[in-house]
Design a protein around this ligand. Structure first.
Ligand code: 5GP
Ligand code: MN
Length: 326
C-alpha cells in the first residue's frame, strides 16, 4: 500500500486535493498539510472544497491555493492525481461537487478514518481506529519515510486536525500514538497554545449569546433515557445573527451534562433542511441510527445527518425512534 502511495506520488505533478462538505478542522487541516507537503516535493497542488469552512478556520487557508466548488472553473483534465481526504463516499462532497468524480480522469487516493469506505479510489487508506485524518496523514508519511518533508505550516495544520477531531485530545480515539505524533509536531516548531487560541478564542458576543440561549431555553432531556437534545429554528438562529460555525461544539455541551450519554443537536439550515449532529459515549452508538433515519452516518460516537421534514416533524421522528439507540 505504501509502495503504491509513493508510486502514485512520483508519477504526478498537478494534484487536486479535495475534502468533504462543511469542512471542519480535520478536513481543512488534512488538506492544508497535504498541500504544504506536496509543495515541498515541488509538485503543483490545488485544494478544492465544496463550500467555505467556519471563519475561525479561514486563517489556515490564507497561504494556500484553494477554491470553493461554486467558483471553480479550472479544466479538470490538467490534474494527474486526486487526494480524497477525510471522507469515505463520493456523496460526502455534496451533490454539486460530486460531479467531479464523473469528469476526473486521475487516480484517486483516499486517506480517511470514517468506517465503511466506498470503493471509488484506486488507493484507499482507511483506518477508522485513528482519531483524525490529520494523524493518519502523518502516519502514512512516516511509513513512506517522507515525513521530513513536513514544514511548520504542515505540522500546524496536522495539529489543528488532531485537536479539533479529538475535542482537544480527550475523546476515546486518543492513543499514545496521538501524543507521539503531537510530540513530533511540537518538536518541529508547533506552538500548541497559539492554535488553541486561533480556534477557540474567536467567539463573538452573538455566538456566546446564542449558546447561552440554546442551553438555557432549548436544552431538553428525554424522560428515563440518558438523552439530551437542542433544536434551533432559522428564526431563533437569525435572532443572534447566525453565521456558519456558530453552533459548533454545542452538541458536546449537551454530552457534558452529568448522566447524559447521547446528545442530539438539530437546526434548520439555509438549504431548508434540518441538519443533525449526534454524539454518544460508553455503550451507546449513533452512526447506524443517523444512517437509518436521517440520511447520515459518521463515527460510532460522532455522527451527522439531515432531515427534509420540518424541525417539528424531525423532532417527532426522533422521539418516535430514539429507543433504538438504547
Ligand atoms: P458533525 O456533527 O460535526 O456535523 O459531524 C460529525 C461526524 O458525522 C463527522 O465525522 C462527519 O463525518 C459525520 N457526518 C456529518 N454529517 C454527515 C452526513 O450528512 N452524512 C454522513 N455520512 N456523515 C456525516
Ligand atoms: Mn475527521
Amino acid at each position: 500500500m505504501i509502495e503504491t502511495f509513493k508510486e502514485l506520488l512520483e508519477e504526478a505533478d498537478r494534484i487536486l486535493i479535495t475534502t468533504h462538505k462543511s469542512p471542519d478542522g480535520d478536513a481543512v487541516g488534512s488538506a492544508v498539510a497535504c498541500y504544504e507537503f506536496l509543495k515541498s516535493l515541488n509538485k503543483s497542488p490545488f485544494i478544492l472544497i465544496p463550500d467555505m469552512p467556519a471563519s475561525n478556520l479561514m486563517p489556515f487557508l490564507h497561504e494556500v491555493e484553494y477554491e470553493c466548488f461554486a467558483d471553480f472553473d479550472q479544466d479538470l483534465s490538467i490534474f494527474d492525481l486526486t487526494f480524497c481526504l477525510d471522507y469515505n463516499h463520493e456523496y460526502r462532497v455534496g451533490e454539486e461537487m460530486s460531479q467531479i468524480f464523473t469528469d476526473l480522469n486521475t487516480p484517486k487516493i483516499m486517506i480517511d478514518h470514517h468506517p465503511q469506505p466506498s470503493d471509488f479510489c484506486e488507493l484507499t487508506i482507511s483506518r477508522p481506529e485513528v482519531c483524525s485524518t490529520a494523524q493518519l496523514f502523518f502516519e502514512v508519511l512516516e511509513e513512506a519515510r517522507l515525513d521530513s518533508n513536513l514544514n511548520l505550516k504542515a505540522c500546524e495544520a496536522i495539529y489543528l486536525g488532531i485537536m479539533t477531531d479529538t475535542g482537544s485530545f480527550r475523546f476515546p480515539s486518543v492513543t499514545a500514538k496521538t501524543h507521539n505524533v503531537l510530540q513530533k509536531l511540537i518538536l518541529n516548531g508547533v506552538v500548541p497554545f497559539e492554535i488553541h487560541e486561533k480556534i477557540f478564542d474567536q467567539n463573538t458576543s452573538d455566538q456566546l449569546k446564542l449558546r447561552g440561549y440554546a442551553v438555557s431555553e432549548k436544552m431538553e432531556f428525554i424522560k428515563d433515557a440518558p438523552i439530551g437534545l437542542i433544536s434551533l429554528s432559522m428564526e431563533e438562529l437569525s435572532r443572534f445573527n447566525y453565521q456558519k460555525g456558530d453552533t459548533e461544539g454545542l452538541v458536546n455541551v449537551i454530552l457534558s451534562v452529568k448522566g447524559i450519554s447521547v446528545a442530539i443537536f438539530m437546526m434548520e439550515n439555509e438549504e431548508g433542511k434540518v441538519k443533525m449532529s449526534f454524539r454518544a459515549k460508553g455503550k451507546y452508538l449513533v452512526n447506524d441510527f443517523a444512517k437509518k433515519y436521517f440520511n447520515g452516518g459518521g463515527h460510532k460516537y460522532a455522527a451527522g445527518g439531515y432531515s427534509e421534514l420540518s424541525l417539528e416533524d424531525t423532532k417527532a421522528k426522533l422521539l418516535k425512534h430514539y429507543s433504538e439507540i438504547l
